[in-house]
Design a protein around this ligand. Sequence first.
Ligand code: BGC
Length: 261
Amino acid sequence: MYKELIQKVAVITGGSKGIGTAISERLGQEGMNVVVNYNSDKKGALEAAEKVEEAGGRSAIIQADVGSEEGVQKMIDFAISKFGGIDLWINNAGMENQHSTHELSLEDWERVINVNLTGVFLGTKAALNHFLEKNKAGSIINISSVHEKIPWPTFAHYAASKGGVKQFTETVAMEYADKNIRINNIGPGAINTPINAAKFADPEKLANTVKMVPMKRIGDPKEVAAAAAWLASDESSYVTGVTLFVDGGMTLYPSFQGGQG
Ligand code: BGC
């Protein structure tokens, strides 16, 4: 438990599934007021909100598109009217789909960039303005990916969006460090979430993924949520502009494991 988080207000985008729900629940355990945003999955958002409340926090859900300025403004206004302000903003919403790059449509490219990168910009901008207006310290956490570092053939748009998030976070961290506004990334690896459900249900694909993880297992969303709670807390008060990989070692060149090379 991080006592300083009790009654503080968090907004999390894409909180209706997977890592977003796990983070919401964990912040509920920390006693936070959690605004759970969703795009289309209202049922998932309601379940996440229930988990927050069962864990000991308060919660409210809001539908909004993270890739639009109106959507993000709607979230800010809602959080302020429900809970009086914002202390923590988590850009978690993300999407992926697989296409060879020579066949990747401009539409698919733009959709992924819009949610994964433009959404991070718009959410961050709104949170920054709120913190600056209120002249208060704040924390922003972006859920990036191991693919901000590892290239991923047939996911060029996804990898480009996450690489963009890396530079965005480092730049913004430097720009607002002296205002006591911190911004950090979490880089999850292969985590057991709905985005990966079909892939990990196939034993061959699951085995192929596990081979690329030095710890030889898939991660649990709760393990990502634990990193988010720490980055939100004062225990990380001197940490800004980093990516904390939660990946069982996936970013460490796993093919060298055992001394090959
Ligand atoms: C993706 C997962 C993938 C993992 C490791 C994540 O960013 O969302 O689908 O399994 O990276 O490649």
